[in-house]
Design a protein around this ligand. Structure first.
Ligand SMILES: [Zn+2]
Length: 600
C-alpha cells in the first residue's frame, strides 16, 4: 500500500510555501536553447511538408507509421518550447526575455501548424477503402485510435478551397473574442473591502464571495453587477456575432444541432449527454436542500446568492509541507505507483507553490510534452482549499506522467470529458482520508461543505449553463438577435430552475452571463466538467466496493490517455454511458455528502 511516512524531505516548513520554486532547466536550458529547438522543429515541419504534401494517399502502413513518428517528434519539440515559455511567463509577468521569446514562439507555432495541417486533412479525405486497411496494420497500432477518431469529422469537412476560405476568415471570429476578453479584462469597479477603496477587476470582485465577511460579500456582488451593466450591450453583441457565425458554419458543415460539433469532438453520443443532463436536472433539489440548510446555519430567512460559497468556519491552517504530506499519504494508500509519480514531482523541483508578486494566480498542471515530465503551478496560502488543490493538480500530473510513458505524443492526451477525472479522483482520495483521520471536527465539517459546494458548482451550475446556451442558440436559429435583455431573460429562467426559491437572486444577477468566457471561446464546453465529476464519483464508489482489485484497472485507465474513447475507457470499469441509470450512481454519492453535511 505504499510508504505512509508522508513528508517528502525536500518540502519546506515555512508559511505559504516560501521558497518552493520550480526548475525549468530539464525542459529547456535557457531561452537560447528554446529558440534553437524551435528553429529545428520548424525546419523539420517544412521538410515534412515538402516530403508528404499531396502524397498521404500513397503511404503504405510502414510509411504512415514513419510519418506519425516524425509528427510526434516535431509535436514534442513544439510543445516543449511552448510550455517552457508559458511556464516562465506564468511565474513572472515582467520577464522581458520570456516575453520576447513568446513572440517568436507564437509565430513559430503558427508557421509549423500551417506547414503540418495538410496531413490531417489529407488523412481525413482518404476513402474508407484505403484508410481501413491502413488503420488495421500492426505498424500503426499505437496510434490507431488517434487515426480513427480524427476521421470522425470526415462527413463535416468541406472541399479544400472552401476550408481555406473559412480558415482565412478565422481572424474575424478572433476579433470578437478579443473584444470580449479585452472588455472584461478592463472592467474596474471602485470597491472598499475594509482595507480602503481601490479599483478592482471582475476576478477580484468574485474572489470576495469566499470571504467570511457577509457585508463585504454582498457589496462586492453589487459592485460587480454595477460594473458589468454599462458593458452589457458590447458583450452581448460579441456573443451574438459569434453565435451567428457558428450557426452558419454548422449549416455549411451539415451539423444537425449546435451541440453536435462539441459531442463529436468529445467522442460522446448526443443521447448519452442528454440523459446525463436530464438526470442532473432531476436532482437540483439536493442543492436546494443544502442551500436551505446553509441559510439556517447562518441564521438567515433565505440564502442570498452572495452566500453561496461563503465559508462557515474555516477549518485549521494547512501549511504546505503538511498538505503535501497528507496528499502523499493518501496516494500511498491507493498505490505505490502514483505515490512515486507524486514524489518525483517534488524531488525534481517541478512545482512552483510560493505566491509572490508578478506570478499569475490559481493553479494548473502542464503536461509539457510526451518526452518530458509534468510541471505544477500552485499559489499555496495554507488553506484547506489549497490542500485539495495540491491533490487536484497532482491528479492531473499522474495522468500525464503515466499516459506519456505509455503513449505517443499523438495519443497521450485524454479526451476532454475525461481530463478532470484523475484530478477529481485524487481529491476524493484525500477527502476520504481526511474524513476518517483528521482529528479536528471543525476541519472535517469545513471540508465536507467545501467539497459539496464545489460539486454543486461543477455538476449543477455547469449543466445549467449548457441549458442557457441552448436557449441562446435556439433563439438565434429562430431569427431572434441575442440582445442583452434577451440573454438576461434566458439566464434568469435557467438559474431560477436550479436555485428554485432556496436562494435569493439579486436584480443585478440578470447580467451574470455576461463575463463568462466559455460561452465565447468554446461553446457547450461546461458539460464536460459535470461528466468528469460524476464519472469520478462513480469510479470512487467502485473503488470503495472493490478495494485493491480496482487499483490495477485504474492505473491502466491513467496509462490509456487518449488511446481510447470515453465510452471505451469507462466501459472497462463496467460503466455503460448508453444506460441513463449510469448517472444515478455519481448523483447518489453527492446526495450522501448532502446527508453528511445536513445531518452531520
Ligand atoms: Zn483540473
Amino acid at each position: 500500500m505504499g510508504d505512509t511516512s508522508g513528508m517528502s524531505q525536500i518540502t519546506p516548513t515555512g508559511p505559504n510555501a516560501a521558497g518552493v520554486r520550480w526548475d525549468l532547466a530539464p525542459i529547456c536550458a535557457d531561452a537560447e536553447a528554446a529558440r534553437a529547438l524551435l528553429d529545428d522543429a520548424i525546419a523539420r515541419a517544412d521538410a515534412f511538408d515538402a516530403r508528404h504534401r499531396g502524397r498521404v494517399a500513397e503511404l503504405d502502413a510502414a510509411g504512415l507509421a514513419a510519418a506519425l513518428a516524425e509528427l510526434a517528434s516535431i509535436s514534442n519539440a513544439l510543445h516543449r518550447v511552448g510550455s517552457y515559455v508559458s511556464l516562465r511567463r506564468s511565474v513572472d509577468v515582467n520577464d522581458d526575455e520570456a516575453r520576447d521569446l513568446e513572440t517568436v514562439v507564437d509565430q513559430g507555432l503558427v508557421r509549423a501548424q500551417n506547414a503540418l495541417r495538410f496531413f490531417d486533412l489529407e488523412w481525413i479525405d482518404l476513402d474508407d477503402a484505403v484508410a481501413e486497411p491502413l488503420m488495421a496494420a500492426p505498424e500503426v497500432a499505437a496510434d490507431r485510435h488517434h487515426l480513427r477518431s480524427s476521421r470522425r469529422f470526415r462527413p463535416h469537412v468541406l472541399p479544400d478551397d472552401q476550408e481555406r476560405m473559412l480558415a482565412e476568415r478565422d481572424p474575424l471570429l478572433s476579433a470578437w473574442q478579443n473584444l470580449f476578453a479585452q472588455t472584461v479584462a478592463n472592467i474596474r469597479a471602485p470597491f472598499d473591502d475594509g482595507t480602503g477603496a481601490a479599483e478592482r477587476t471582475v476576478d477580484e470582485l468574485l474572489s470576495y464571495l469566499h470571504t467570511p465577511d457577509r457585508p463585504v460579500r454582498l457589496a462586492a456582488l453589487e459592485a460587480l453587477y454595477a460594473a458589468l451593466e454599462p458593458h452589457a450591450d458590447v458583450l452581448s453583441t460579441c456573443y451574438d456575432s459569434i453565435v451567428a457565425d457558428r450557426l452558419v458554419q454548422d449549416r455549411l458543415r451539415g451539423y444537425a444541432t449546435p451541440l453536435d460539433p462539441r459531442h463529436l469532438s468529445n467522442e460522446l453520443e448526443p443521447a448519452w449527454v442528454d440523459a446525463m443532463m436530464a438526470a442532473i436536472e432531476d436532482r437540483y433539489g439536493m442543492a436546494q436542500r443544502w442551500f436551505r440548510h446553509k441559510a439556517e446555519l447562518m441564521g438567515l430567512e433565505r440564502l442570498h446568492l452572495a452566500d453561496q460559497y461563503a465559508p462557515l468556519g474555516a477549518g485549521r491552517a494547512m501549511p504546505y509541507a503538511e498538505a503535501v504530506g497528507i496528499v502523499e499519504d493518501s496516494f500511498g494508500r491507493f498505490s505505490d505507483e502514483i505515490l512515486n509519480v507524486s514524489r518525483a514531482v517534488f524531488e525534481d523541483r517541478r512545482v512552483d507553490a510560493e505566491p509572490r508578486p508578478g506570478k499569475r494566480g490559481g493553479a494548473f498542471c502542464s503536461s509539457v510534452a510526451q518526452d518530458a515530465q509534468p510541471f505544477i503551478l500552485l499559489n499555496h496560502t495554507d488553506t484547506l482549499r489549497d490542500l485539495m488543490t495540491v491533490a487536484h493538480e497532482l491528479g492531473h500530473g499522474m495522468h500525464f506522467a503515466l499516459a506519456s510513458a505509455a503513449q505517443s505524443a499523438l495519443s497521450m492526451h485524454a479526451p476532454l470529458a475525461l481530463c478532470e477525472v484523475p484530478s477529481t479522483f485524487a481529491e476524493l482520495l484525500v477527502f476520504d482520508r481526511m474524513l476518517k483521520e483528521e482529528p479536528d471536527p471543525a476541519t472535517r465539517t469545513a471540508l465536507v461543505r467545501q467539497e459539496l459546494e464545489s460539486g454543486f458548482a461543477t455538476v449543477f451550475r455547469q449543466t445549467m449553463m449548457v441549458r442557457y446556451e441552448q436557449d441562446a442558440y435556439g433563439a438565434r436559429q429562430g431569427g431572434q438577435a441575442l440582445t442583452a435583455d434577451r440573454l438576461s431573460g434566458f439566464w434568469i429562467d435557467r438559474n431560477a430552475g436550479y436555485y428554485g426559491d432556496s436562494v435569493e437572486l439579486p436584480e443585478g444577477y440578470r447580467r451574470g452571463w455576461s463575463y463568462i468566457p466559455h460561452f465565447i471561446n468554446t461553446r457547450f464546453y461546461t458539460y464536460a466538467y459535470a461528466f468528469a465529476h460524476l464519472a469520478s464519483l462513480t469510479l470512487y464508489a467502485l473503488y470503495r466496493e472493490d478495494g485493491d482489485a480496482f487499483v490495477g484497472p485504474y492505473l491502466e485507465f491513467l496509462r490509456t490517455g487518449g488511446a481510447a474513447s470515453p465510452g471505451e475507457q469507462l466501459g472497462a470499469f463496467g460503466i455503460d454511458l448508453a444506460d441513463p441509470a449510469t448517472w444515478a450512481r455519481g448523483l447518489d454519492e453527492m446526495e450522501r455528502m448532502v446527508d453528511l453535511a445536513v445531518e452531520g
